[in-house]
Design a protein. Sequence first.
Length: 411
Amino acid sequence: MLLRCLTIPNSSLRFHVDDQIENELGLDLESYEEYFLVNIFVLVHRQSNVPNKFEIKVRRSSILEDSYRIISSVSRLDLLKTKLWVEFESEVGLDYGGLAREWFFLLSKEMFNPYYGLFEYSAMDNYTLQINPSSGVCNEQHLHYFTFIGRVAGMAMYHGKLLDAFFIRPFYKMMLGKQIELQDMESVDLEYYNSLMWIKENDPSELELTFAVDEDQFGKTQQRELKPGGANISVDNTNKDEYIKLVISWRFVSRVQEQMLAFLEGLGALVPLPLLKIFDEHELELLLCGIQHVDVRDWRANTLYKGDYHANHVVVQWFWRVVLSFSNEMRSRLLQFVTGTSRVPMNGFKELYGSNGPQLFTIEKWGTPDNYPRAHTCFNRIDLPPYESYQQLREKLVKAIEGSQGFAGVD
């Protein structure tokens, strides 16, 4: 996929537009760029007599409370001012970008801290976040906070800053209004995924399931119907696909719909949501959360090999040669492809987590040279065919990374 960077004049806002949008919107690339830029200029338009600087003054010790009070109380036009000026109380310093960057970093640590009950870690690891469906129990003002968080996310995009957090794939897909598939569950909750896969591939009649699920609410189990009268409708071979679809919707959408709508309301105050659709969920993650430096030496030192592969195998050598040739952005896309996220654990690749706890990145021999590499994100594993040349491996790997949503290359 060809990406072209658009920089909005007099702003730090930058977007990447790919060469496939003409197929999606019926526009050629030049027309779409014009359409996109016009919308951004409408977004940032303001009267000449309106001050062009938005000032935020917070205490480090109360950064969440102070930021919430300020961001929630100002108008949309204030948030769209070109210059963001941050001050920390009782500190002397001029903000030429560094303090704003630090503010986003420190605020992220607080906003997404599971201690506050708005977000929680996924079932797979202790760093990938998802919305806490019980956030309202923890905080009566939770929807106001989600709107605030959406505003902060929009400010980060608008000012070219990053949030220090990484979310499950369905979160980004919900931001884009995309349908969440069964495969998306694998990197979030492998046990649940395997249960649904068994239902999909077998006759579920013997399980005596109904169109209802049990939901745990602080130690108490409550039954939720997936559709009206669902508790009295049995799941069988004729309706199991509908059941799976409704379970996925309940798991990722229905339980957190109010929170997500509040978040999108805040985000949409700064960035028109339809404009986000020029990204896929992987690109959106990189836009919102950034690209970490990917240390290939550390990655390589913490890799396992299976099948006939070993560290000195010629195909393995070609693989690492390709990775070294990649830009840091492309390495992050490869990391997304094989692990489900572009995030490297704090202490490096030795702390990668899989479905059953710590799981190092693994390269396994599979298939024929005609196959594309395929990834198993729950095991941090890539199945790498025995290619016949460096160039063939590079072409197949790049195609797999860029087209991971277009063929059965990820599970």
